[in-house]
Design a protein around this ligand. Structure first.
Ligand code: FNR
Length: 368
């Protein structure tokens, strides 16, 4: 008998019940009334799959190539910060889960473990580094250089988080992990960050946290800054948090390699468009030239199928792997990812397709 709930709604409820309230507020909280988080789910429900039958579906192959990397399936792990709030092993548990399947992991800047330690646990597993671009450009370049050295295959710049969104659950709990020094391993280990301090973080943690708060968000960032990043790395550059087709076009003009269509799981702007609803126009605008990833609301293999059919090259799973981790650590996260992959494989086959490249908009209709 499975020890983890197989239905994602039951899994979600079990995880919430098992979590300490502040951790649950952090994971489940979204911006404002949390309507955008709900809208992400409703958007998937509005598209219906119209299966085709009597095609040979005996052999399927989920493998795909994204941003020059070979992925075993068009599914990766979304970057999630400060994962030790959910489980002591944090990002290392996630890395073990990803590595057990070979699924690509997008590792966050704000993590309890360094990007090098996480890479070590990932082994040969494809990985991407999510960059929160600090106000100190030299620090940004240092992060990027470290990611290159540790075998990351792309830099994913999150562009929708210049300020953290208005999240009532975290506000109510007065929950801000950084002020306790949580999630700052990449900063505290960084030579450029350390050189900017009078005392090392081990000796004066308060000052190091103060410095972090000063450099973390960069609301002055503009498209022109991307030129510096482009010049400082040969890795593919991906912008995470694109919802407007004109921003997708601008990304293409600026030499960006890919985008993540994402509203950050509804955590930034209450009332924002669902990622899935933003996808078709963006795929029309840049789908031929840019890699398109999508996150926000992927809960099942059927959800992944819909996003792939509407033009995503791959999807990123976010909260669900945390739910598995909250209940059973690395093994729990791995099981959740395997559930999603198994359902994607089955749904694809039962809809009449044998590989991701065959998924196309014509196999979906909008609910009348
Ligand atoms: C996130 N997300 C996120 N994104 C990012 O670029 N850097 C980060 O550090 C974080 N941290 C983070 C923490 C928590 C608790 C959550 C739930 C999310 C956003 C994440 O990458 C992704 O966009 C969303 O999780 C997608 O929404 P769903 O599918 O998880 O609801």
């Amino acid at each position: 008998m499975p020890t983890l709930p197989v239905s994602w709604r039951e899994l979600e409820a079990a995880a919430e019940a098992a979590m300490e309230p502040r951790a649950a507020g952090y994971v489940f909280g979204s911006a404002g009334t949390e309507d955008t988080a709900l809208e992400n789910l409703r958007a998937f429900g509005a598209w219906r799959i119209v299966p085709r039958v009597l095609r040979d579906i005996s052999q399927r192959d989920l493998r795909t190539s994204v941003l020059g990397m070979d992925w075993p399936a068009p599914v990766g792990l979304a970057p999630i910060g400060v994962q030790n709030i959910v489980h002591d092993d944090g990002e290392l548990a996630t890395a073990r889960a990803a590595a057990a399947i070979g699924l690509p992991m997008c590792v966050g800047t704000v993590a309890a473990h360094t990007l090098e330690d996480i890479a070590a646990d990932l082994g040969e597993t494809p990985r991407l580094f999510q960059l929160y671009w600090p106000t100190d450009h030299e620090l940004a370049e240092s992060f990027v250089g470290r990611a290159e050295a540790a075998g990351y295959g792309a830099i994913v710049v999150t562009v929708d988080n210049a300020f953290p969104g208005w999240k009532p659950r975290d506000l109510q709990n007065a929950h801000l992990p950084f002020i306790h020094g949580l999630g700052l391993a990449n900063y505290f280990a960084d030579p450029v960050f350390r050189a900017s301090l009078e005392q090392p973080p081990e000796e004066d943690q308060g000052a190091a946290i103060g410095r972090f708060i000063g450099v973390f968000g960069n609301p002055a960032l503009t498209w022109d800054d991307l030129d510096h990043l482009r010049a400082s790395t040969t890795l593919p550059i991906v912008l995470k948090g694109i919802l407007h087709p004109d921003d997708a076009r601008e990304a293409r003009e600026r030499g960006v390699d890919g985008i993540v269509v994402s509203n950050h799981g509804g955590r930034q702007i209450d009332g924002a468009i669902a990622s899935l609803d933003a996808l078709p126009a963006i795929a029309d605008a840049v789908g031929e030239e840019l890699a398109i990833l999508l996150d926000s609301g992927i809960r099942s293999g059927a959800d992944a199928l819909k996003a792939l059919a509407l033009g995503a090259d791959a999807v990123l799973v976010g909260r669900p792997y945390l739910w598995g981790m909250a209940l059973e650590g690395a093994e729990g996260a791995e099981k959740v990812l395997r559930f999603i992959l198994a359902e994607l494989d089955l749904s694809m086959a039962l809809a009449g397709c044998v590989k991701p490249g065959e998924l196309e908009p014509g196999m979906l209709v909008r609910r009348p």
